[in-house]
Write a protein that binds this ligand. Structure first.
Ligand code: DOR
Ligand code: ZN
Length: 483
């Protein structure tokens, strides 16, 4: 082919969504140039022997909170993306509940500057969608977001929950942009009422947190969001699916042709009410970890594509913020970007899913859902060299003290796992090699919004939208523009 590669990875087993094949991978200028038999590889400046290893597209974690700017004692873009590198995660999408929230063009530009200076891995930034940011939608889209985040329920950072009226208007405005709206789908008014009644009654135990947020909050929120997405043609993504029950409105909406996708997280697949006594405040997360009976339906929903992908809701907090006695004063969430891959690979080793399934949930589907495939989420000629090289059989123990994250308190401490990321490459560069961070790659990560190519938007009921009904009758188009 006439080129000299920068790197050839040979001897490993390449994993796609469909197959595991013995293949070498040639890298040039951060792009995959060739995949195939060793003897077909070009000459190269450097070789990596991946014998005994699996070569996976790096995970794309579409749900992390890196806290920067705003809460540097919990995490920043350097520590968060170092954790990602150790977790085999090559792209992260960061949530807008920072200080200031990412709801204006200025806040977005500031976060882009910070992340570009510190990130070891690639990233997308979410713009905040709420009552007072609807007017900023064009500026946020123009400023380079990966999508929007809307909080139907309150959580860390106390981002106000938009009314259903504001939500409808927000969906109307976002629909023609084609951007996907990721939803924290828990209904705030139900949770607020139950929490205040329980607090008044003196309940402060960990399970009170779950009692304040029964699955009906998710059933109601997913159903309502799906109805508004269907009406407006806005694309939506249901974050952190925690219950068996909310799968029904998700399945129904998919069957009706709504552009709706969903994720679950390791905490809902691996933890249950059986773990509250042991973990107390550490397990407090929104949505809450639920009864054991939810786990099998969530796994089944991943297997049948009702749930599209696995993300983490990486939500770092300091140790003292997680160990208070009164559950209502404990900050919600815990880090996950570093432990997702070993936890899931452990299940692959146990035979619950194939390694191809795992690649579909962790890399291929996230890339497809946000218009990044096959530049991201694939190892094929022309793709970015975003790769996790893993030792699938490696037995080890997750240890909070060894985390890259600034938050060294998780429910996973002491858990035995099988499968470990050994090297992580982002656009052809090692960011983690032999379980060591490559410190010089700080600032190597880039915002990937510019490579995002979403399908043609299909807004609906435009003639009944807020912007249209506010026009004078003579200015209104008489045609019904429903798609
Ligand atoms: O537990 C959570 N923590 N759930 C969320 O939705 C937000 C997150 C955070 O930012 O801490
Ligand atoms: Zn979150």
């Amino acid at each position: 082919m006439g080129i000299t590669a920068d790197l050839v990875i040979h001897g490993g087993l390449l994993v796609t969504a469909d197959a595991v094949i013995a293949a070498s991978v040639a890298v040039k200028d951060g792009i995959v140039r060739a995949v195939g038999a060793a003897e077909t590889m070009p000459p190269t400046r450097e070789s990596l022997d991946a014998s005994g290893m699996h070569i996976l597209p790096g995970a794309i974690d579409v749900h992390v909170h890196f806290r920067d700017p705003g809460y540097p004692h919990k995490e920043d873009w350097q520590s968060g993306t170092a954790a990602a590198a150790f977790g085999g995660v090559t792209t992260v999408f960061d949530m807008p509940n920072t200080i200031p929230p990412t709801g204006t063009a200025e806040a977005l530009a500031a976060k882009h500057r910070i992340a570009s200076a510190k990130a070891h891995v690639d990233f997308g930034l979410y713009g905040l969608l709420g009552d007072d940011t609807i007017e900023h939608v064009p500026a946020l889209v123009g400023g380079g977001i990966i999508g929007f985040k809307l909080y139907m329920g309150n959580t860390f950072g106390k981002i106000p929950t938009p009314s259903t009226g504001a939500m409808l208007e927000a969906f109307e405005v976002v629909a023609p942009t084609g951007k996907r709206i990721s939803l924290h789908a828990e209904t705030n008014s139900i949770m607020e009422r139950r929490e205040s009644r329980m607090r008044a009654a003196g309940r402060t135990d960990p399970l009170a947190h779950l009692a304040a947020r029964p699955a009906v909050v998710a059933i109601e929120a997913v159903s309502r969001a799906a109805a508004i997405a269907e009406w407006t043609g806005a694309r939506i993504h249901i974050l952190h699916i925690s219950s068996a029950e909310e799968l029904r409105p998700l399945r129904d909406a998919k069957a009706r042709g709504v552009d709706i996708t969903g994720e679950t997280c390791p905490q809902y697949l691996f933890l249950s009410t059986d773990d509250y006594d042991r973990l107390t405040g550490i397990i407090r997360v929104n949505p809450p970890v639920r009864e054991p009976r939810n786990q099998e339906p969530l796994w089944a929903a991943l297997a049948d594509n009702t749930i599209d992908l696995v993300a983490t809701d990486h939500a770092p907090h300091a140790i003292d913020e997680k160990t208070r006695n009164d559950i209502w004063t404990v900050d919600c969430g815990f880090p996950g970007v570093e432990s997702q891959m070993p936890l899931m690979l452990t299940e692959v080793n146990a035979g619950r899913a194939s390694i191809c399934d795992y690649v579909r949930w962790s890399a291929v589907n996230p890339a497809k859902v946000w218009g990044l495939y096959p530049r991201k989420g694939a190892i094929a000629p022309g793709s970015d060299v975003d790769i996790a090289i893993i030792d699938l059989g490696r037995k080890w123990v997750l240890d909070d003290a060894k985390l890259q994250s600034r938050s060294r308190i998780t429910p996973w401490n002491g858990r035995k796992v099988v499968g470990q990321p050994v090297h992580t490459l982002v656009r052809g560069r090692f960011v983690m090699r032999d379980r060591a961070l490559i410190a010089e790659t700080r600032g190597w990560g880039r915002s990937i919004h510019s490579i995002q190519a979403m399908p043609e938007p299909k807004p609906r009921n435009i003639d009944q939208s807020m912007s249209r009904i506010l026009q004078s009758p003579s200015a209104r188009s008489p045609v019904n523009e429903t798609a």
